[in-house]
Design a protein around this ligand. Structure first.
Ligand code: NAG
Ligand code: NAG
Length: 446
């Protein structure tokens, strides 16, 4: 069976060759490459420049690596030039009008990507075939993945637009020996595959003639394509911006809670920690530069400050609320600010330094009882009067203590009202501050 198959194949092969008469492609290639020198420029007149046209197809944006500031793209490069030493007459060569030649066998312009950032170095061009036409026209297309340096502008992160240039040109041929030609006004986007993270806005082209400081008076052609991409910010809004906005609002809303419930500090500290964690995670998507502060970090920074301030002010109101040591009446200026009205006369009448514990029965003077003493003559009456005196003394003392306590409670109650009012004011102030700051930071960029 196997020998039969081999036999059949040999038969087919022979039949195939029997049918082909005349010139094979190999003969054309032999004819072209015999004596071909791939290093000299392929022009009959050495004073003329080789005209190389370049077309760049943007196929895919693979990734933008923020830490390395590198854009990785897949491109198809299409170069076209005329090689005077690669032409033949098809009529004399079996009507073969075009052949394929390995690019390493013929001359090429060796255009380089100036701003590439590969670890392996400069030359990593796939050795694909070039199509050679009988009139000497060479068409060479190849796919390539390029790591191109791209200085990121992260001020508006996550609503940023990045412009990444790709500069192509010859490294050794100046404009007098190699002329670069564009085939269109902008880069080719026909084969573009959409990217999940970036929206392609434009793929522009600029043809430059540059004089470098190395070689005065010599111009060099280059073609600079610029990829403009806009970040799809939905992901970042969903996972970073909205949680941090909500977190800041929650910390502000904490002022709505009664301060003595103890929940408020809990909310503040939780919001504080969450914001810091969110900021750390968001920073993973940014290059480690300190020249500009991105939008999201500015907002988070302000949010963290707000949360911190609200924690600090919570401590203040709590300290007002549970004020027991050295309790003073609410000062006049605070009363005026919070419209507490005039203070209770009881609070004013007694010296503020006196605290309830200091009240001593011995201090009290009961003068009218002394006057009554004289009118009682008998021992019994004396004893009775003494009893009455004691009783009144005790009663007076009790009344005094009661006054003290009620005054103390009134002062405390007033402080509580002040604390509550401060809370309301802070709630409104922080709320306005948050809205204004959010608007100022996110408003202009959308
Ligand atoms: C080449 O093509 C011409 C016209 O198409 C034809 O007359 C001629 O026979 C062809 N030559 C060969 C070798 O096939
Ligand atoms: C090449 O680019 C220039 C602008 O840089 C433009 O004016 C010209 O039309 C382009 N050539 C072609 C063939 O589109």
């Amino acid at each position: 069976m196997a020998t039969m198959t081999v036999f059949a194949f040999v038969l087919l092969y022979l039949c195939y060759f029997q049918n082909v008469t005349g010139v094979t492609e190999r003969e054309v290639v032999d004819m072209l490459l015999t004596g071909y020198q791939k290093e000299g420029r392929p022009v009959q007149d050495p004073t003329q420049a080789v005209v190389t046209s370049l077309d760049v197809f943007l196929i895919q944006i693979v990734k933008l690596v923020p830490q390395r500031q590198v854009l990785i793209v897949n491109l198809w490069l299409l170069q076209r030039w005329k090689d005077d030493f690669l032409s033949w007459n098809p009529a004399e060569h079996g009507n073969i009008s075009s052949i394929r030649l390995g690019i390493n066998k013929i001359w090429r312009a060796r255009l380089v990507h100036y701003n590439r950032q590969h670890e392996e170095g400069w030359s990593k061009t796939p050795d694909t075939n070039a199509i050679v036409r009988s009139n000497g026209e060479v068409l060479w297309a190849y796919p390539i993945t390029i790591h191109s340096t791209c200085v990121l502008d992260i001020v508006n992160f996550p609503f940023d637009v990045q412009r990444c240039p790709l500069k192509f040109g010859s490294w050794t041929y100046d404009a007098s020996s190699l002329k670069l030609l564009n085939v269109s006004v902008r880069g080719n986007m026909d084969e573009f595959i959409e990217n999940g993270e970036w929206t392609l806005m434009s793929f522009d082209l600029e043809v430059n003639h540059v004089e470098y400081s190395c070689c005065p008076g010599v111009l060099w052609d280059d073609m600079t394509y610029t990829i403009t991409i806009k970040r799809r910010s939905k992901f970042y809004v969903l996972y970073f911006v909205s949680p941090s906005v909500l977190m800041a609002f929650m910390a502000v809303c904490g002022f709505w809670l009664p301060p003595d419930s103890g929940e408020r500090m809990f909310i503040c500290i939780n919001a504080f920690l969450s914001m810091i964690v969110l900021q750390q995670v968001a920073n993973k998507h940014l290059p480690g530069t300190a020249t500009t502060i991105p939008l999201i970090n500015r907002f988070m920074g302000v949010g963290i400050l707000l949360v911190f301030a609200s924690s600090a002010l919570t401590i203040l109101t709590l300290s007002l609320l549970f004020k027991t040591f050295d309790l003073q009446p609410v000062p006049k200026w605070l009363r005026r600010i919070f419209c507490l009205g005039s203070p209770d006369p009881n609070i004013i009448r007694l010296a503020p330094e006196v605290s309830p514990k200091k009240v001593d029965a011995n201090v009290l003077e009961v003068t009218e009882l002394e006057d009554m003493d004289a009118t009682f003559a008998t021992d019994r009456a004396k004893a009775t009067s003494q009893l009455v005196r004691r009783a009144r003394k005790v009663l007076l003392q009790l009344k005094e203590e009661y006054d003290m306590m009620s005054r103390y409670e009134k002062i405390q109650k007033e402080w509580k009202i002040v604390a509550g009012k401060i809370d309301r004011c802070l709630l409104i102030a922080f709320f306005i501050a948050l809205v204004v700051i959010s608007g100022a930071i996110f408003g202009p960029s959308g």
